[in-house]
Design a protein around this ligand. Structure first.
Ligand SMILES: Nc1ncnc2c1ncn2[C@@H]1O[C@H](COP(=O)(O)OP(=O)(O)OP(=O)(O)O)[C@@H](O)[C@H]1O
Ligand SMILES: [Mg+2]
Length: 224
């Protein structure tokens, strides 16, 4: 594992209108690390992941990704924003807000197409990921006709087809059956072995302590 500093937060504050959500977060993540995020409901885990994915920006403090500052101004540059979204794969806590295409297959194809890959490469990646997640049989179904677990798997598939460097999962095991939980646990250790970075927010203590190199606990938007 290279000790390459990949993510750095310096005293980051963020609030939603009248709700403070992140209150002075400083954090360093090195390439290849697996970080577990825990904390009570409302402690700021999902907000922290949103910020790390460039969906919201610090009100004060700084966020550096690979040495580049991520803020509203930087993300208005379409190419830069695209590079950030290609680098980080993010599976939302709520799959309904993540899925928007007409079918499972289109969800999986969307990212690779956006990346400008050839039709052949898009097809290859889509086939691989559909097979890997056992989604072939439901590939033509619209996402709103799926079960909760199937939606989660589709969201994960749509992220994995982009082959990101960093994976961020928000409560990934929610709603998944035993077989899929086992698959995802195995997948996370392969991800780690491949030297890729993983940040997982979860209430699942087993997942935290078996998979993570480091566990970070949030309380009222602060690391404790
Ligand atoms: N879109 C939003 N608008 C306003 N306030 C929000 C929004 N999303 C979250 N909050 C508030 O921000 C704080 C942090 O919420 P967040 O979703 O980050 O917590 P969490 O740790 O992910 O919780 P959970 O374990 O329930 O998923 C909470 O006080 C929450 O009510
Ligand atoms: Mg959350």
């Amino acid at each position: 594992m290279g000790r390459h500093l990949q993510i750095e937060l310096e005293d980051v504050y963020f609030r939603y209108e009248d709700t403070p959500a992140l209150n002075g977060i400083s954090l360093k993540v090195y390439e290849g690390e697996t970080i577990g995020l825990k904390g009570d409901n409302g402690s700021g885990k999902s907000t922290l992941l949103r910020l790390l994915n460039g969906l919201v920006f610090p009100d004060s403090g700084r966020y550096l990704l690979g040495g580049n500052e991520i803020n509203g101004k930087a993300m208005r540059d379409e190419l830069f924003a695209k590079s950030v979204h290609t680098k980080i794969g993010y599976v939302f806590q709520n799959s309904d807000t993540q899925l928007f295409c007409g079918s499972v297959r289109e969800e999986v194809e969307f990212g690779p197409r956006q990346m400008g890959l050839s039709d052949e490469e898009v097809w290859r990646r889509t086939e691989d990921v559909l097979k890997m997640l056992d989604l072939e049989k439901i590939q033509n179904r619209p996402p709103y006709h799926l079960s909760g677990g199937e939606k989660k798997k589709t969201a994960l598939a749509s992220v994995l087809s982009m082959n990101p460097d960093i994976l961020m999962l928000d409560e990934p095991m929610n709603g998944l059956d035993k077989k899929t939980v086992e698959w995802l646990t195995g997948f996370m250790s392969l991800w780690k072995k491949a030297g890729k970075t993983l940040i997982v927010a979860t209430h699942d203590e087993n997942l935290l302590y078996e998979t993570a190199d480091k566990v970070i606990e949030l309380h009222e938007g602060k690391i404790i």
